[in-house]
Design a protein around this ligand. Structure first.
Ligand SMILES: C[S@@+](CC[C@H](N)C(=O)[O-])C[C@H]1O[C@@H](n2cnc3c(N)ncnc32)[C@H](O)[C@@H]1O
Length: 413
């Protein structure tokens, strides 16, 4: 389509104010100037009308974009040129309009609240909007409920999926159900590298089949599996342990410091720590007491990967390393920067971003090595190990997550 021609008619804006309002309020191209003697009734009726207009404008803009896209194509690009608005905002607006057709749009619910439920199946979304109105939820509460529903639906879908046929599971992949704090079902000295992220002891109940451990039980839980992990690792084998710097749920705890303490107590030799910066993590808006030293709240947008070895750090192998020179140079700087995983595979609430196990496996092991993830979850480590021609063995206490890991590896082939 050709660029939309901007005519004078399009540029000229209709007035926002009625004649009686204009006696008190002046409209400028970038806002409204209120005279101090504006009566409350005038202010009220104008503000109410503006709110309603803003709502209607969003839906109208959505429909205009959807029509333009279907009929003429390149709508967003042209609309951006016209308005100077961000393409992302326009795409968001159009996407809500596309997912929620006219008959389902509600006057008693704000446009951006519709967006929170837009990705859900219509019946589920409509029921949530009913509850939203009846219970008087905030947008934040609605978002949480919508996320919860999305996870439930993903888990249901994952449960309904069959286990992949054994013949389709690659021979270098073994994944089983186990409680690794009780025992890791492997023989002594059979693993070269462990890449893992345990539950953080925040009482997370989003996990299937049992959930997270409680904060008070976390140190002894960590010690139990770390002792087992050491037993199954070869001499000079390694552990890359991903935990947050600290956690606030279940009490304020220096999670990283405790994890390192427990690993050392289990007999692991501490080597160093990689700081993984996920810029999204730092975008939290919870800052504690506003503009005051009363109770400020600090959140570091970073997680740690503590590196340990069983005995000596130096390893040898018959196989040649597959680490490229550039990777060796770049990754030696222990500040790694990449985004976290936004998707919840099969409803798993805390998957690794693929880049994390990929780097750790390449950096710390040789092709043909055995990689273990005792908390396999959605199977990100399994996938990276498989793609990097390592053997993988993984455990999770949830049969659903074991199935998820196997499906992920099979589907990626
Ligand atoms: C942080 S998640 C791991 C996510 C994983 N790195 C991924 O990429 O999906 C922790 C996992 O540990 C599992 N888990 C918790 N306690 C366990 C236990 N005692 N034994 C084995 N798995 C356990 C949970 O079911 C959960 O899937």
């Amino acid at each position: 389509m050709n660029a939309i021609a901007v005519t004078e008619e399009m540029v000229e804006q209709p007035a926002l104010l009625t004649r009686s309002e204009a006696a008190y309020v002046t409209e400028t191209p970038t806002g409204l100037l209120f005279s101090e003697n504006t009566p409350q009734a005038v202010w009220e009726s104008l503000t109410t009308r503006l709110i309603q207009k803003a709502e209607r404008i969003h839906w109208a803009l959505a429909d205009a974009l959807i029509f333009g896209e279907r009929k003429y194509g390149e709508t967003y690009a042209n609309a951006v040129k016209l308005t100077g608005m961000k393409a992302e905002t326009l795409m968001n607006i159009a996407s809500v309009g596309r997912k929620i057709e006219t008959s389902r749009r509600r006057e008693d619910v704000e446009f951006w609240d519709h967006r929170e439920v837009a990705a859900l199946p219509p019946k589920v979304a409509d029921a949530l909007l009913d509850d939203h109105v009846q219970q008087g939820w905030t947008r934040h509460e609605l978002r949480d409920k919508a996320r919860q529903k999305k996870t439930e639906l993903a888990v249901e879908a994952a449960r309904a999926m069959p286990l992949p046929h054994p013949s389709r599971i690659p021979p270098n992949i073994r994944v089983e159900v186990a409680d690794v704090a009780a025992r890791i079902p492997l023989t002594d000295q059979s693993v070269h590298l462990i890449v893992t992220s345990p539950p953080y002891g925040v009482g997370l109940d989003d996990y299937q089949d049992g959930g997270d451990v409680l904060a008070a039980d976390w140190p002894s839980f960590m010690l139990d599996w770390l002792v087992e992990a050491l037993r199954v690792t070869v001499d000079t084998g390694r552990l890359a342990l991903n935990v947050p710097l600290d956690t606030s749920k279940g009490g304020y705890r220096p999670t990283y410091a405790h994890a390192v303490q427990m690993a050392e107590a289990a007999g692991w030799e501490y080597r160093s720590t990689i700081l993984w910066i996920d810029d999204q993590l730092g975008k939290s808006t919870a800052r504690g007491s506003m503009d005051s030293a009363g109770a400020p709240h600090v959140v570091a947008g970073a997680e740690c990967v503590a590196l340990f070895s069983k005995g000596e750090w130096k390893r040898t192998s018959d196989r040649e390393s597959d680490l490229a020179h550039d990777e060796w140079v770049e990754w030696a700087n222990g500040i790694w920067r990449f985004p976290g995983e936004g998707r919840a595979f099969g409803g798993h609430p805390a998957p690794f971003p693929y880049e994390l196990p990929r780097r750790l496996i390449k950096y710390l092991s040789f092709p043909g090595d055995v990689i273990l993830d005792p908390f396999s979850g959605s199977g990100t480590t399994a996938l990276a190990a498989h793609r990097l021609a390592r053997d993988f063995v993984g455990f999770d206490r949830s049969p659903e997550y074991v199935k998820l890991t196997l499906r992920r590896v099979v589907e990626a082939q």
